[in-house]
Design a protein around this ligand. Structure first.
Ligand SMILES: Cc1cc2nc3c(=O)[nH]c(=O)nc-3n(C[C@H](O)[C@H](O)[C@H](O)COP(=O)(O)OP(=O)(O)OC[C@H]3O[C@@H](n4cnc5c(N)ncnc54)[C@H](O)[C@@H]3O)c2cc1C
Length: 332
């Protein structure tokens, strides 16, 4: 293992636009690189993306490896895996960060398996541990049923690979004076690299207020099971001009669409007010609202862990508390 002291990211683009999470991880990559005394690099794949490469440099990339080919306009699982794996094997950076998007979650394990390194998924915090002979990346993830946060390290293999939850890290400021090197890469691919082809991407535009842009978010959890839906929470949400979100079980039950799930596998949100109802408070879920302003929790179990992370806690049956809140709001 003879890795170069560089922290890399895979910069995800869709339709010629960088995903926010790519800039968030680039900001974190710059911090980590400073700690290990190295630089940053971004891998960018698509077609005719030079403007995006310059954008990455302005956001802190010291180098951008650019693979440009019309066949790579859309994400292609095998081809992207091949290009990234070959480059990593040749250059051997210390760390590679990827956004925990649907595509990132497909690409990261494929690359990690190909180059035989470890991968930590859905990290919400990254730190360098300098206590050993060489710096080690500690990636924090909610673990063991979401009841605790665990630090995962990959001491033996390089790069240390991590997918990072969207929205939990800060996007760095843009600096158009920051200089960096754009490195055009040769695209060497064959038919076998396109066994599965993505031929089109169709964006679904969700209707109504969204949990990531609303000041008020009401969240329903599995505690609403006896009602069989989140309908009892809709009136409260409407009265507060908010958006309705849910936990993983709420999604699995079909009560909310995928875009409304909060947590490590869902969205990270930061509304001014979050009212979380019938949710136990697993870390997998609470990691998705660390940036929220005031958090109010309603749960019938006084020992539910959600009460450890809220500002206002109401112990009671949601089916009694919520109608009472609706009545009081209407009276106002
Ligand atoms: C790798 C991994 C990733 C995960 N990612 C996510 C994620 O992104 N998002 C996510 O949400 N989960 C995620 N999970 C699942 C997570 O660990 C929890 O299982 C889940 O968040 C629990 O959802 P819940 O709080 O709605 O349900 P429960 O844990 O079942 O809690 C229901 C709560 O409702 C209360 N209750 C019951 N009846 C009432 C009532 N009438 N009134 C008031 N309160 C009531 C109960 O006391 C209980 O506390 C993940 C799990 C794993 C392993």
């Amino acid at each position: 293992m003879n890795a170069i002291h560089e922290v890399w990211i895979w910069a995800e683009q869709r339709d010629g636009r960088l995903m926010d999470v790519s800039l968030e991880i680039l900001g974190k990559a710059s911090e980590l690189a400073e700690e290990i005394g190295g630089g940053t690099a971004a891998i960018l794949i698509g077609d005719e993306l030079s403007p995006l490469a310059r954008e990455l440099i302005a956001y802190g990339a010291d180098k951008v490896y650019l693979f440009s080919d019309p066949r790579l306009t859309y994400y292609q699982s095998d081809a992207y895996t091949r290009l990234i794996s070959d480059l990593l094997e040749k250059q051997q950076p210390e760390i590679l960060l990827l956004g925990g998007t649907t595509i990132g979650m497909d690409l990261a394990p494929s690359v990690a398996a190909r180059i035989k390194t470890g991968l930590t998924a859905h990290s919400c915090k990254l730190e360098i541990d300098k206590s050993g002979d060489k710096p080690l990346l500690m990636a924090a993830v909610p673990g063991w049923g979401g009841g605790m946060i665990v630090n995962i390290a990959c001491p033996e293999h390089r790069p240390q690979m991590v997918t990072v939850q969207q929205g939990v890290m800060e996007k760095p400021p843009r600096d158009d004076h920051h200089s960096g090197e754009l490195i055009p890469m040769e695209v060497k691919l064959n038919e076998r690299d396109f066994r599965v082809k993505c031929i089109e991407m169709v964006e679904t535009i969700p209707e109504g207020p969204q949990i990531d842009t609303s000041d008020v978010v009401v969240v329903g959890g599995y505690g609403m099971k006896c009602q069989g839906s989140l309908l009892p929470l809709e009136e409260l949400t409407d009265l507060l001009h908010g958006a309705l979100g849910g936990t993983r079980p709420a999604l699995d039950e079909g009560w909310i669409p995928e875009c409304s799930m909060i947590g490590v596998n869902g969205k990270a949100i930061g509304p001014k007010l979050l009212i979380t109802i019938g949710t136990s408070g697993a870390n997998h879920y609470t990691a998705g609202f660390v940036k929220a302003g005031t958090v109010m929790a309603i749960n019938s179990d006084p020992d539910a862990p959600i009460f450890d992370v809220c500002d206002i806690g109401i112990v009671g049956d949601a089916l009694e508390v919520v109608p009472a809140m609706v009545k009081a709001l209407k009276a106002l």
